[in-house]
Design a protein around this ligand. Structure first.
Ligand code: NAD
Length: 271
């Protein structure tokens, strides 16, 4: 229970990596705000697949954690909208009185070669991943400065350290997250606020299920494509898990003297 009494917010906190992080922070004793949005410019909608609903998932997770005795709320917030992000932070402070840790997991991906990318593709991914990080971190920082400290953890990617063919716009957005993280860490160094990023390799969430379909070779199933890509991209030859990401988040949440870092949890993909 190393986060006993701390207040944490997790954006995209009802699904995938964010869900794993939320569950771990709850286990560690944090009081929790699980943040999500049902209206997404995500690849899922564009492909006609089922919209899993980030806020619906956040509410369901909050309900089950609450039944287990966790002090938790679900908050609806589209991270691309400044007003909603500010209301989200204000709502957390109104409910819990403060905010010690913000883990910003919300993000989207689409896969297309640059020659086929539309302006809409570019704007949608850059707006969610890069602008969303700016808005969430800005609102979190303002509150943490008032309190005299805090921790901000963003989610970048191995694609934020190396350019990957077929997802150039996503790579650009995740490079942006790392640059922003470093710059903000410097700005907040005297405010006792650390700002870091986690860079996952491959975690088998809904996001990668969609990518596996996009990256499938003719005749290959989604699962075969997923396994082939793990083999090709991850030197350890196996995917990472939501728990691996939660472990990195815990390390950063407990480290007062680590700031401005982008930590890869990627089975050796970036070194
Ligand atoms: N899965 C991987 O292998 C992998 C690898 C590298 C980086 N990442 C990053 O990790 C983070 C989590 O991804 P994931 O794999 O868990 O996928 P995911 O699709 O399960 O999670 C993304 C979450 O972001 C939310 N979201 C999207 N747009 C939003 C918006 N405008 N406002 C609020 N919420 C919004 C979605 O509802 C969802 O809950 C993302 O930033 C992703 O880019 C994932």
């Amino acid at each position: 229970m190393r986060l006993q009494g701390k207040v944490a917010a997790v954006t995209g906190g009802g699904t995938g990596i964010g869900k794993g992080v939320s569950q771990r922070l709850a286990l560690e004793g944090a009081r929790l705000a699980i943040v999500g949005a049902d209206v997404l410019s995500s690849a899922f909608n564009q492909k006609g697949a089922k919209n899993v609903g980030g806020f619906t998932a956040a509410r369901e997770l909050a309900k089950s954690l609450s039944e287990g005795g966790v002090s938790v709320i679900a908050i609806e917030c589209d991270v691309t909208k400044k007003g909603q992000v500010e209301s989200m932070i204000n709502g957390i402070v109104a409910h819990f009185g403060r905010i010690d840790l913000v883990v910003h997991c919300a993000g989207v991906i689409t896969a297309k070669k640059v020659v086929d990318l539309t302006e809409e593709d570019w704007d949608s991914v850059m707006t969610t991943n890069a602008k969303g990080t700016f808005l969430v971190d800005q609102a979190a920082a303002a509150q943490m400065m008032k309190q005299g400290g805090g921790k901000i953890i963003n989610f970048s990617s191995i694609a934020g350290k190396t350019g990957y063919a077929g997802i150039a716009h996503y790579s650009a957005s995740k490079f942006a997250v790392i640059g922003f993280t470093e710059a903000l860490a410097k700005e907040l160094i005297q405010d006792h606020i650390t700002v870091n990023a986690v860079c996952p390799g491959i975690v088998g969430t809904q996001m990668w299920k969609m990518l596996a379909r996009d990256f499938a070779l003719p005749g290959e199933s989604d699962e075969q494509s997923y396994q082939r890509n793990v083999g090709a991209m991850i030197p350890q030859g196996e995917p990472q898990t939501e728990e691996d990401m939660a472990e990195a988040v815990m390390f950063l949440a407990l480290s007062d003297h680590v700031t401005g870092q982008a930590i890869s949890v990627d089975g050796g993909a970036c070194m």
